[in-house]
Write a protein that binds this ligand. Structure first.
Ligand SMILES: [Zn+2]
Length: 172
């Protein structure tokens, strides 16, 4: 089933651990561990868990995903850096945008095998089909052109902004 669902990212991180959303720029480098791929773990591991070679899920560990996943790609920009609502602070430094390939192939699953893209945006997570992800990519590409126009205009207009008194440039 390739249904579109949106779940809270925090659902997947009850302990605040960085799995499976590995931070690109961890605040504390000593916490950063590059996850092993299934291919690096070897054939025995791949056969035991039905892992594609790209999978970085630590199967068998508490809180590990019950599916297979690539290491996510993500923006270096954190959601909380640009979200004035403060809501993103609940996500504890989640990236603004993330994307990863997910494969469900649990044995005895009547659905068989299903590939998804998980597209994260702040605390939100879209679990979508590859076709839907293609739509999202096309939409994002078109949006970046319009965003560039908005940013360009804003920069021009901002040249005349007052910078004194009660007009802080940024909050938080
Ligand atoms: Zn796996």
């Amino acid at each position: 089933m390739a249904q579109h669902t949106v779940a809270s990212r925090t659902d997947f991180q009850p302990t605040g651990r960085a799995l499976p959303f590995v931070p690109e720029q961890p605040r504390d480098r000593s916490e950063h561990v590059t996850p092993l791929t299934a291919a690096q773990r070897g054939v025995e591991w791949m056969n035991r868990w039905g892992c594609p070679g790209f999978c970085v899920v630590p199967h068998g560990e508490p809180l590990a995903l019950e599916c297979h996943s690539t290491a996510p790609v993500e923006t270096s920009l954190r959601a909380a850096e640009i979200d004035c609502s403060g809501y993103s602070e609940n996500g504890e430094g989640l990236p603004w945008l993330t994307a990863q390939v997910i494969v469900h192939n649990e044995q005895d699953d009547p659905r068989g095998r299903e590939t998804q893209v998980w597209l994260g945006y702040g605390v939100h997570l879209a679990e979508i089909s590859p076709a839907q992800a293609r739509q999202a990519l096309d939409s994002l590409r078109a949006f970046t052109t319009r965003l560039a126009a908005v940013v360009g205009l804003a920069e021009q207009v901002a040249a005349d902004d007052r910078t004194d008194e009660h007009h802080p440039q940024a909050r938080g």
